[in-house]
Design a protein around this ligand. Structure first.
Ligand code: IVH
Length: 714
């Protein structure tokens, strides 16, 4: 399931105290708000901390909308710990400084097992423990993120700060509030009767950007022509140190926690062991590092370090080592701190995976956009768990800067543990006959003279419709999962089609017959039929996919969706382009001038216009009916009607039923209220049906739904 989405345009209300006392009416609303907030936070917890959602996105969204509606009517009742505040407050002018209640120390590093064991021996000596005795430790994976300190007062999140210099950090409360797995209120179900939350609790941990989000962010940066982040750590730090919390909120950050201190009252004697404090954090609702273990002595520590050396790469987050902490708090106190770090803990750093290999050739590769990228082909070498033999050198400026030559020995690593990257040349090992690379004058595939686009580093082959590499790249993009999603027509088949002169443009795919496929080598009747029907099926894809499939520069699936939502069909989009209405395009939230210009350039191009006309003749002209004009929408049978679905329908899946309703002008909501017009009920309908009946809402069957639609179109 997708992450439940909070509405992007909801304006956070001003903050108020929740100690507000008023009339009985207010009291009732406050109770209702509190129940709703607790419910939403409970689902946040199941989803973001436990990774075990209990309700669907739609149900979650319905709860969230309900909260927003009440808060809109009662802005004075909005509290900083309301889940609605996670969308990000107004931008700050500058960060405030925070003096940490307890200094945030750093850790000493060790780089191999000998150093690790030496640390252990030093500690044993200081504690006067014999060599043979096995001390108890906690080993935790070291998350490569950004240290954070959170303050909770009486169970409520009140402040977050960066580490800074360890004594003074920067306040990032607003930004941390947007991280969904960070509890705004601590879980209280473990408290015994009469037991309260600590007056002040300081919690420490690491904020990070999950590897997946990092890749997606960089992809987005690439599409927007903005610089990419070097690694998840930088991307995470950049996202937390944002004056505008809405940017932080959009970055999908997460956090693991590894330290708890109860301030003032019971001092550090509250926990007997570090392990206990981790269990405490978990009980309060914090996400605790999944890679952790109670260890007895050296043997367990070394086994942990070895086990995770490779396994850590399967985690959703970048890790760079293992932190080993002495478990018993009394002993931690006895050992104390050096100027910079605790004596009772150490960071074992995994060797950075940098390897040496030899450059065998530098190839020029060409994708669908015509950009020519230098690619290093190397002697295969094992790095960060996989064998690597190619690495992109990104562009010719980068290549010149690194001065990579054929025959050179280079240092190679994986950026973000994923993307092979040449770091530098080992100059001492450069052979006499190393061959420098000159940027090509002509396209390596079609020999057309290359162009350098002013203001960009890229070299480009301008032969957009005739260059086989671009033709194939465009076709591959067209059939791709995020575009027209044509199953069974993959790169190999496309290449055969192009070589046989059967296909040049995506539109040609729609004219292919089963017999055409049968002329290709190794294509049997069955797969030919499947290919033809998959292509035909793709004609029904919605507008957003079609726009994405067109492969317009600077436009990916997100911008494509924005355009689809704005225009509803290609005619409307073309009319806007023809009217030269750049303002309307760049006025769409999320679309800038550069992107708007690229849209106009694409849709004004004669060849592209012709292709679109052909697509239309072939039946590819998506009308996303629920995005059409209001006048037309009013003609639809379910215009302005809200449906709630419950139970199992005889023929339609829930998704299909919802699509059908939306396509016919209706809306689908997750929960029954007075605003519901119809409840569409199937077998084993639950509490929603009962509620509909008590509220006197019309209950209909799938058959009635289908008949209404049929009647409206006949
Ligand atoms: S304990 C006094 N545990 O590593 C003990 N730190 O190099 C301080 N880090 O500033 C930290 N994962 O940002 C601890 N499981 C973990 C950690 C961890 C990552 C970071 C933390 C610290 C840095 C020190």
């Amino acid at each position: 399931m997708m992450a439940p989405s909070a509405p992007k345009n909801s304006q956070p209300a001003t903050q108020a105290s929740d100690t507000h006392t008023g009339s009985d009416h207010d009291g009732h609303i406050m109770a209702q708000l509190q129940a709703l907030r607790e419910n939403i936070e409970r689902h946040n917890y199941s989803y973001y901390v436990l990774d075990k959602p209990e309700i669907t996105d739609a149900e979650y969204d319905a709860l969230y909308q309900q909260l927003l509606a009440i808060e809109k009517d009662h802005p004075e009742l909005v509290t900083p710990d309301s889940p609605s505040q996670r969308v990000g407050d107004l931008p700050l002018k500058e960060f405030q400084q925070v003096t940490h209640p307890v200094r945030m120390y750093s850790l000493d590093n060790v780089f191999d097992e000998t150093e690790l064991l030496a640390w252990e021996n030093r500690m044993k000596k200081a504690l006067a423990v014999s060599d043979e005795e096995a001390l108890t430790y906690v080993a935790e994976l070291k998350i490569d993120g950004l240290a954070v300190s959170l303050l909770y007062e009486d169970g409520k999140f009140v402040r977050a700060a960066t580490r800074g210099n360890g004594t003074v950090g920067e306040e990032i409360t607003q930004n941390v509030r947007t991280i969904r797995s960070v509890p705004l209120k601590l879980k209280s179900d473990h408290l015994k009767v009469g037991e309260a939350f600590p007056r002040q609790l300081e919690v420490r941990g690491e904020i990070f950007m999950p590897t997946k989000s990092f890749m997606a962010l960089n992809e987005e940066q690439r599409l927007k022509g903005k610089p990419e982040y070097a690694n998840p750590r930088n991307a995470g730090a950049g996202s937390v140190r944002q004056l505008d919390p809405k940017i932080t909120a959009s970055r999908n950050l997460d956090a693991y926690f590894y330290g708890a201190t109860i301030l003032n009252e019971r001092g550090d004697s509250y926990f007997k062991t570090h392990w206990e404090s981790l269990a405490f954090l978990e009980k309060l609702g914090f996400k605790v590092n999944p890679g952790k273990q109670h260890c007895q002595g050296q043997k367990d520590i070394l086994a942990f370090v070895q086990t995770w050396a490779e396994k850590r790469r399967t985690l959703p987050v970048a890790t760079d080592g293992v932190v080993i902490k002495l478990d018993k708090i009394a002993w931690q106190s006895e050992l104390g701190y050096t100027a910079k770090s605790p004596r009772w803990a150490v960071a074992y750093k995994y060797p950075p995976d940098i390897v040496e290999t030899k450059v065998l050739e530098v190839e020029f590769s060409l994708g669908r956009t015509g950009v020519i990228t230098p690619l290093a082909l190397m002697q295969p070498v094992l790095v960060s768990g996989t064998t690597v033999q190619r690495a992109s050198l990104h562009n010719f400026d980068e290549l010149a800067k690194k001065d990579v030559r054929v025959g050179d020995t280079v240092l190679l690593h994986k950026a973000a543990e994923i993307i092979p990257e040449v770091l530098s040349v080992v100059l001492e090992k450069r052979p006499e006959d190393a061959r420098a690379i000159t940027p090509p004058d002509c396209c390596p595939v079609c020999q057309t003279p290359v162009e350098k686009v002013p203001g960009e580093v890229a070299l480009r082959c301008p032969n957009r419709s005739g260059c086989p590499a671009q033709v194939l790249g465009k076709l591959e993009h067209w059939v791709g999962r995020l575009a027209m999603d044509i199953d069974g027509v993959g790169p190999a088949l496309l290449e055969q089609l192009v070589n046989a002169d059967l296909v040049e443009l995506p539109v040609d795919l729609y004219r292919l017959s089963v017999d055409d496929f049968l002329t290709l080598e190794r294509v049997a009747q069955k797969s030919a039929e499947n290919a033809v029907s998959a292509i035909a099926e793709s004609k029904k894809q919605p507008l957003a996919r079609l726009i994405n499939a067109l492969g317009i520069r600077h436009i990916g699936k997100e911008t494509a969706s924005l355009l689809a939502r704005e225009f509803g069909n290609l005619e409307a989009l073309l009319a806007c382009v023809d009217a030269g209405d750049l303002d309307r395009l760049s006025g769409i939230e999320g679309i800038g001038l550069k992107v708007a210009e690229s849209i106009v350039a694409f849709f004004s191009d004669e060849g592209n216009r012709q292709m679109l006309a052909e697509l239309k003749t072939l039946g590819i002209n998506p009308q996303d009916r629920y995005q059409i004009s209001v006048e037309e929408m009013q003609q639809l049978p379910f215009f302005g009607k809200t449906f709630v679905l419950t139970g199992t329908l005889p023929t339609l899946s829930r998704e299909a039923a919802a699509e059908l309703i939306i396509a016919n002008g209706g809306k689908v909501s997750g929960s029954v209220s007075k605003k519901t017009d119809y409840v569409l009920a199937g077998e084993n309908a639950g509490s929603k049906l009962t509620k509909a009946e008590t509220l006197g809402i019309m209950v209909i069957t799938e058959d009635e739904l289908q008949r209404t639609i049929a009647a409206s179109t006949s």
